[in-house]
Design a protein around this ligand. Structure first.
Ligand SMILES: Nc1nc2c(ncn2[C@@H]2O[C@H](COP(=O)(O)OP(=O)(O)O)[C@@H](O)[C@H]2O)c(=O)[nH]1
Ligand SMILES: [Mg+2]
Length: 220
């Protein structure tokens, strides 16, 4: 059996449900790590898909997303990105492209992207049609799923498809940066990842604070 380890970053406007989606998915089966340096937290989650053991590191923001920018180290070595918006908030959908631009700037290798329209339980207040969102996802070569962190609708499916895409990427793109190895031993020291780039982050945060603190979103 092969194993792969992947880092997934979760991006999107404040209030769209990023943390709720992650918590809903990892449920009780997670261990949470907090990086004191960047204030972001990540959750590790293991599962078996097809013939692979998949270990996911899910990185969640801690409010920095309101500046529409994360520290470069947040993106470092990311293999996949969940681009989350709220189907009842058009602005949060239009906001996705700026996160895609950020990704392109900060990630070198191939990255799996998955656009997620969250809060499907509030469908009566929908502002973005599924068709429009799917079209957009297609145009940026991303997967598209609709979810509800409240009802659990679509959550498993979205993560399963992202995992399958990661496995496929590991098979077809040897330079993808995905950690792939035989057997079940882990090569990654999860905590090791968050050690570098401290100074970088601090500078970054100061700069963004002064530039962008007036950014408001209808979702927050
Ligand atoms: N109705 C509904 N509310 C949700 C859903 N997901 C998140 N929320 C709510 O939206 C608010 C923001 O969620 P949160 O996960 O903190 O968003 P984040 O800022 O993107 O991490 C909270 O009040 C959540 O309870 C959902 O699928 N449906
Ligand atoms: Mg959050």
């Amino acid at each position: 059996m092969k194993s792969i380890e992947a880092k997934i970053v979760v991006l999107g406007a404040q209030g769209v449900g990023k943390t709720s989606v992650v918590i809903r998915y990892v449920g009780k089966l997670f261990s949470k790590h907090v990086s004191p340096t960047i204030g972001a937290s990540f959750f590790t989650f293991k599962m078996t898909v097809d013939d692979y053991r998949v270990k996911l590191q899910l990185w969640d923001t801690a409010g920095q997303e309101r500046f529409r920018s994360m520290a470069p180290m947040y993106y470092r070595k990311a293999n996949a990105a969940l681009l989350v918006y709220d189907i009842t908030c058009r602005e949060s959908f239009e906001n996705i492209q700026s996160w895609v631009d950020e990704l392109k700037k900060n990630v070198e290798g191939t990255i799996i992207m998955c656009v997620i329209g969250n809060k499907t339980d509030l469908v009566s207040r929908r502002e973005v049609t599924r068709e429009k969102a799917e079209q957009y996802a297609d145009s940026i070569n991303a997967l598209y799923y609709e979810t509800s962190a409240l009802t659990n609708d679509g959550i498993q499916e979205a993560f399963l498809q992202v995992s399958l895409s990661l496995i496929k990427l590991s098979q077809t793109d040897k330079s993808s940066g995905l950690t792939v190895y035989d057997g079940s031993a882990s090569l990654l020291n999860a905590d090791g990842i968050i050690e570098d780039g401290i100074g970088d982050m601090n500078n970054h945060r100061r700069r963004r604070d002064s530039e962008d603190s007036n950014n408001a979103s209808c979702c927050s």
